[in-house]
Design a protein around this ligand. Sequence first.
Ligand code: FE2
Ligand code: FE2
Length: 175
Amino acid sequence: MSMADAHREADRAALDAWMEVPVVDLIRHLMEHYHWETRHGMAELENLVEEAALMEGHHFPELLAIRDEVDLFCREMRDHLRMEEATLFPAILAKEQGRAFQMDKEIMEPLELFEDEHNAAAGLLVRIHKLTEGFQPPESAQALQRRLYHAFEVLADSLMQHIYLENEVLFKRVL
Ligand SMILES: [Fe+2]
Ligand SMILES: [Fe+2]
């Protein structure tokens, strides 16, 4: 087993441990850690990509394509976070806390919808991953572009864990 595989397995085990934690605490963790980190990461990405496209876009035209992908990604992701916070999480919390809850049937279909959105978000990240050749800045890239690629890597890593926790832990538990 390579080092990277060992790390991945350790990460997976840490995420799976949330199977045993009360659902309310899992949702709090998703909010306080992942939703916060995603919003913070997107704001940083948007600032970096705008500046990099402006200052370096004439040397590296792919920065312009990357900016468009970031734009789309952030727009869709903000809607997605808001949907979870406004509809899905409140419904799950109400159910967990035994409060009146009349969307038992309706919540099952949105779960698939949320999974579809997770796939779309992951797909966009894959496109950005390709455009940046695996988040590897070109040899001659300036500091700004390097920071941008690093910000991608950090956000992609956070998002993969976030999606796993929702698809494989939270959704499995509320079904
Ligand atoms: Fe989420
Ligand atoms: Fe999500």
